[in-house]
Design a binder for this molecule. Structure first.
Ligand code: ATP
Length: 265
């Protein structure tokens, strides 16, 4: 499904600030994989998401999605196959537009008809039923401006917009990190349900170790631009936060340092 081979990304080459954000990263995701990614600050997690989504082009290496080489393909072209939800609830939606206009835009991005055609009666009914599934009452607020929604509601809407056209690949970039614990849990539960129901191939960055262990069928740990640990379903089933921290420290020979890490409850 997704195949990244020998991907390297170097920032500020030849200066005192030179930084290898990705160093020969190889990663293969199969159809329906749900992979969580953890790693200390500056490990390269966001850069990996950026080269996969097309925000950045790697210096070396290739990225393939469903066998197609997308390494240098612009982000807006790739967005047909990739859904992404960011940490910032403001990032995934247009605040001055209504809920239904935002949904129509997401619908159009999936390669279907444009915005003008996107708001007929049947389409509106379909949007309403999709919103109903979120369980937040947003189906009664189709014409409300998105800027008026709470952070949790916006993030739930972003998740819906990123997934309702069934992307080949879903990228979740710490999408619950900016929410309070109750809303983060609500968005996490929605994520689990949507990914499971649509069998979406998913890559999720999180600083919450308990969440990284609980969700998905595979867990990847990054450090200094490399994947240093790749844990499959069997091993993941018996993993604990404690074991994960010990494994990280064994591999790295030093303590896990992450300013924002959440160990879980
Ligand atoms: N646009 C950029 N210009 C220069 N350096 C960058 C840029 N983007 C990332 N870096 C550097 O590359 C390294 C990897 O950054 P990245 O944001 O991918 O890490 P991360 O694992 O997502 O970290 P965090 O968990 O702290 O968000 C860091 O040292 C970062 O400072």
């Amino acid at each position: 499904m997704l195949k990244a081979e020998q991907v390297c990304k170097l920032f500020n080459a030849g200066t005192a600030d030179e930084k290898f954000a990705l160093q020969h990263v190889n990663l293969e995701l199969h159809e329906g994989d749900f992979v969580t990614i953890i790693g200390s600050n500056g490990a390269g997690k966001s850069t990996l998401m950026n080269v996969i989504s097309g925000v950045m082009i790697p210096d070396i290496g290739t990225i393939r999605i469903q066998g197609m080489d997308v390494t240098t393909m612009p982000e807006h072209v790739r967005s047909k196959w990739i859904g992404r939800v960011f940490q910032d609830p403001m990032a995934g939606t247009a605040p001055s537009m209504t809920i239904e206009e935002n949904l129509a835009l997401a619908f159009a991005r999936g390669g279907r008809r444009g915005l003008r055609l996107g708001l007929g009666r049947r389409r509106r009914e379909w949007f309403r039923s999709q919103l109903e599934d979120l369980g937040l009452g947003l189906e009664d607020r189709l014409t409300a401006r998105v800027g008026l929604l709470s952070g949790g509601e916006r993030q739930a809407l972003s998740l819906l917009m990123a997934t309702f056209m069934k992307p080949s690949l879903l990228l979740l970039d710490e999408h619950t990190a900016a929410l309070d614990p109750a809303r983060a849990e609500m968005v996490t539960r929605l994520t689990e349900r949507i990914v499971r129901d649509s069998a979406l191939t998913t890559l999720m960055v999180t600083h919450n170790m308990e969440q990284a262990i609980r969700l998905g069928n595979r867990l990847i740990m990054m450090d200094k631009g490399r994947i240093i640990l790749d844990i499959g379903p069997d091993e993941k089933g018996i993993l604990t936060v404690d074991k994960l921290l010990r494994e990280f420290e064994r591999l790295r020979g030093e303590k896990f340092v992450d300013d924002r890490v959440v160990l879980g409850s």
